[in-house]
Design a protein around this ligand. Sequence first.
Ligand SMILES: *[C@@H]1O[C@H](CO)[C@@H](O)[C@H](O)[C@H]1NC(C)=O
Ligand SMILES: *[C@@H]1O[C@H](CO)[C@@H](O)[C@H](O)[C@H]1NC(C)=O
Ligand SMILES: *[C@@H]1O[C@H](CO)[C@@H](O)[C@H](O)[C@H]1NC(C)=O
Ligand SMILES: *[C@@H]1O[C@H](CO)[C@@H](O)[C@H](O)[C@H]1NC(C)=O
Length: 540
Amino acid sequence: MGVIWNLLERAACLAVTAVALLECRAGATFNGTPTVLTDQGLIQGFAKNDANVFLGIPFAESTAGQNRWKAPQGLKQSTTAVFDATSYGPSCAQSMSGSSIVAQSEDCLNLNIWTPQNGSNLPVFVYIYGGAMVTGGNSNAQWQGYNFARKDVIYVNVNYRESIYASPYAPELEGQSQNFGILDIEMALKWVHKNIQGFGGDKKRIVLGGHSSGSVHVDHYLWTHPKTFLAGAIEMSANAESGPAIAPSGVALTQVAQDMVAAGVTLNCDASKPTLNCLREVDTYAFQTSNFNSTTNTWFSPIVDNITRFSDYKSRFAAGNYPKSIPLIVGNSDQEGKIFSLVYSSENTDFSKWINTFDADMAHVPDDELLAAYNASDYATVSLMSGASYGDARFFCPTDYLLDIRSNEQPTWAYRWFGNYDNVIGVPGMGSSHGSEVPFFHGGNECFSKLSGVTEAQQALADYMNNWFVAWIKNPSAGPGWGQAKPTNGPLAKLGVPGNELAIETGSTGDYNARCQSVFKPNLPKYPVVQNPVTLAKSS
Ligand SMILES: *[C@@H]1O[C@H](CO)[C@@H](O)[C@H](O)[C@H]1NC(C)=O
Ligand SMILES: *[C@@H]1O[C@H](CO)[C@@H](O)[C@H](O)[C@H]1NC(C)=O
Ligand SMILES: *[C@@H]1O[C@H](CO)[C@@H](O)[C@H](O)[C@H]1NC(C)=O
Ligand SMILES: *[C@@H]1O[C@H](CO)[C@@H](O)[C@H](O)[C@H]1NC(C)=O
């Protein structure tokens, strides 16, 4: 520690005694380099585009080897005095395709921080990326914090374990939490709360947000922290009532072990009954059989353990097992499901078959109710109708359902995103599909850097979106500038409406939620349902 204490006086925080640190502010430098002191030593980042940036800061030990399928463990005392935070840390292990994020590793529990170049006690926004609990990483260019930092908000985004590494559903772990991704988020938030002051942040002004499975994680965090320190939360598109379906205990793990053996991997155990210790010996990349790349990676999702995930949210809310007073924004994109009509095109052209697949995640709704609720004459193709049902099941109706439960007592605001640009999702004609709002909430600029053909009008909308969003993060209880939501039917902000982008139009949730109210709401108390993807695949 000697080196650290010698550097201390001129670094981020001025040491008054060996334990008390004062005058923490954003923008502190040591020898001209942005530098912050944390419990794990000095962290050195870089200055860029009016922000100070710290990338790949570990918040927990590696999850590789003997730590695979264990709760995240706090960092051991650092042996190096200075951590070089100038490049992204690894993405968490996953079935990877494409190159939007950096290479994977099981030593992936790291986070990135963007700060203004001056200021203290600043508000903090922590963002959790989406990716269906199977893919993604904090290094995706669409979620960087420059626009927040330029407006005096500290931005943090975090990695978390996914798929088989996050939720193995191993019989030998029953009775304890094996939703390791949820525990990773918990650990990351603890780290931020403990350390953000050194970066110029105020630990009493932390707002948590996420999109898609990141939004599911936001919700899990709320339900497991009735007395949270958070100052606000935003759930973009999804929540704890969103998919995917849950496979029965041991089923997905066994299938992956068998697929590995079939692909030539040697296991020191019986693949029909694999133990976690046996599978801990297997190299990360050996899991990536062609089956894991294409199908089985979606068979691992948080289970209901009554520790980190529950099934009785209505009664938990009534009993006060939830932070009812924190300001919450929830919302969806206008055509959430459209992109999924393509993603699942190999299994969704026969609607009555589709609704019973594992991916559709609609086993809690009786078939006859679903068949009566969707009319093929309303859609150009059956795939598009199936995509719409996916949007309802995973995004719209979970949002609507928990809005009904929470908004009488919790200060809640609802939005719907209409921005319609082909260059965001990268597939023409997808409209305001799932995820198309994310770089706009982030204010574009650097977050648009990997998109082609970005127009001035798009950037103007991104500025507009990020401005109201940042103003809300700075003062969540004041609301985002439109009317508070109500159960069943209430104010809804319409964002990015074509032709009127630089305004927030007022609509009503009741204009959009008829199918959610009549078909899904009565059935959501039964969610989530366990479905066996192996037998479903055989019977299709
Ligand atoms: C940063 O803020 C401190 C405290 O308000 C002030 O003394 C200092 O001049 C500021 N530095 C810059 C570069 O603006
Ligand atoms: C799985 O996907 C990765 C990334 O696309 C690829 O490199 C790898 O070869 C794939 N593995 C198999 C067995 O298909
Ligand atoms: C979780 O709690 C519910 C009742 O709230 C119960 O029905 C269920 O069996 C419990 N599940 C586990 C895994 O403990
Ligand atoms: C589907 O919509 C068409 C056109 O509006 C209508 O004629 C038909 O009766 C509807 N079918 C069902 C089952 O509601």
